[in-house]
Design a protein. Structure first.
Ligand code: ZN
Length: 246
């Protein structure tokens, strides 16, 4: 996977996960209304027209991935991820951070959960599905830890603010989830073994490959942005990073 330096934004590098998932995210007005449309944010939206971009800051320490948009209609984490990239681009980092703010720009544009009717959090184990290409990038880049950020509606699964993890085969998943839970004040949902209830979640596929991963959820109606939900997703991301001293 080849990263190139981005003109006009020192420190920033980017590459693509795929070239078949791009779309005009700005057509999602519920999302657009909540973004601060500065030059970096506009740049991210422009690059998302051509596929799923992945951005990189820093070059030493642990390699961490902040992932959002696996479900395109879960808006708070996608907005928080863009905000996080905007904040951290100004920092001198002691770790290498990868950001995928919009895993599936097409799903985000359409404000829908699935990509071409496929749930990306049930298909990460299927060769060359869009979320499987994210897994391949994680392996290729030797990313050490993965935070996958979602939102959940009150009547959906899980329906409350939480961090999913598993105790086996990658116990650090459970430790990270407990840390975030204590730090931001949400529940921990843990499974004894990754992927035992359903298959193909990004978190589970990572944990099964020995890469500690968590799924973090904030409460928000699907396809909308509830007051405070972006801030709470942002706090979960910051907490995930602070576990590693970022
Ligand atoms: Zn989700």
């Amino acid at each position: 996977m080849h990263f190139r330096k981005v003109e006009n934004f020192d420190n920033l590098e980017m590459s693509y996960i795929s070239d078949f998932s791009g779309a005009y995210i700005a057509r999602n007005k519920n999302l657009l209304n909540e973004l601060n449309l500065n030059p970096l944010t506009q740049f991210i939206l422009e690059k998302s027209v051509f596929g799923t971009p992945i951005f990189k800051l820093g070059s030493c320490g642990n390699r961490l991935l902040i992932l959002s948009g696996i479900h395109g209609n879960e808006l708070p984490p996608q907005i928080a991820n863009v905000k996080l990239l905007n904040e951290l681009i100004k920092e001198d980092l002691n770790n290498t951070l990868y950001f995928i703010p919009f895993a599936s720009p097409k799903s985000t544009m359409n404000n829908e959960r699935t990509f071409n009717s496929i749930d990306l959090n049930r298909s990460a184990h299927i060769n060359n599905s869009l979320s499987n290409l994210i897994i391949k990038a994680i392996l290729d880049l030797k990313i050490n830890f993965v935070g996958d950020f979602h939102s959940t509606a009150r009547n959906a699964n899980p329906g409350f603010e939480s961090v999913f993890s598993s105790k086996s085969p990658t116990p650090e998943s459970f430790l990270i989830a407990n840390y975030i839970s204590r730090d931001v004040g949400c529940d921990v949902i843990s499974f004894d073994y990754s992927g035992s209830t359903y298959r193909g979640a990004v978190e589970d596929v990572c944990n099964l490959k020995g890469i500690p991963a968590i799924t973090a959820e904030v409460l928000c109606p699907f396809a909308n942005v509830a007051r405070g939900s972006v801030e709470r997703s942002f706090a979960q991301m910051k907490s995930f990073l602070s576990y590693f001293g970022v």
